[in-house]
Ligand binder design. Structure first.
Ligand SMILES: [Fe+2]
Length: 255
């Protein structure tokens, strides 16, 4: 597979300049794109991907949120449920605008599919030639969202990042029911920050690559999230005990 990563990055920078990067919400997605790209690079290196495959994967990571720019301009929100599916939007933009001579056909398809499926609840069965790239984009994106939310909680600005999840709202009983049933929490039942964090912890079970899970654990973010829940809430603590045991099992299954 062939992708000219440098030219793709130049194309992306040029595309993003069509939008007002001085708006902090837009700048945030621009920075996130590069941060996800850097996570992708580290994971691909740890997996010892060939230079060709790594360039394709890293390009997919950089481009995964290309749909965010026009989504925000048109709808003023990043809430897909109230606007459009931003993975589909990115797929459409790239299909129409990414120059053909920056990749070969196989790499182009892998990048487009990885972008399209990065934000779906589950990755469907796709051709084996594209699946690893979809997995890399999904893992890298999750890692950076963990990092972003954690940083924003620390500096007290998480409300800007997650306006729909209130810091002082209680944990949702309906969400706890869902999680106890099958670890699938829906965002519609998540109104507090802690609800969001519970759902975020379950993302860990969807991490595809051992080095990605290792990076996540080494960052300490899982432990910090856990410490944000009240120790005297027996129901939540029991749920967290089970979840962290499952994360350990998942880690072993990836090794
Ligand atoms: Fe995204």
């Amino acid at each position: 597979m062939f992708a000219d990563y440098k030219r793709i990055e130049e194309w992306f920078i040029g595309y993003a300049r069509n939008f007002d990067l001085s708006v902090s919400m837009i700048q945030m997605k621009y920075r996130h794109s590069f941060d996800v790209m850097r996570f992708g690079k580290r994971i691909a290196q740890a997996l010892k991907w060939t230079d060709g495959d790594a360039a394709v994967g890293v390009a997919a990571c950089l481009l995964h949120d290309t749909g965010r720019f026009s989504q925000y301009r048109e709808f003023g929100t990043y809430h897909d449920g109230a606007s459009i599916d931003h993975g589909e939007r990115a797929y459409e933009v790239l299909k129409a605008e990414l120059p053909y001579d920056m990749t070969d056909d196989e790499a182009r398809d892998a990048i487009l599919q990885a972008v399209r499926w990065h934000n779906k609840k589950e990755l469907p069965r796709l051709s084996p030639s594209v699946t690893p790239f979809c997995r890399l984009a999904r893992d890298s994106d999750k890692l950076d969202i963990f990092k972003m939310v954690d940083g924003r909680i620390e500096d007290g600005t998480v409300g800007e990042l997650l306006p729909r999840h209130k810091v002082d709202a209680p944990i949702s009983e309906v969400l706890l029911d869902e999680l106890e049933r099958n670890w699938r929490g829906s965002y519609k039942n998540a109104s507090s920050l802690q609800d969001f964090l519970l759902i975020q912890l379950t993302w860990t079970l969807d991490i595809n690559f051992a080095p990605a899970l290792r990076l996540l654990e080494e960052s300490g973010v899982l432990t910090r999230i856990r410490a944000r829940f009240p120790e005297d809430d027996a129901r939540v603590q029991a749920l967290l005990d089970r979840l962290f045991a499952l994360i350990e099992e998942h880690k072993e299954s990836l090794a």
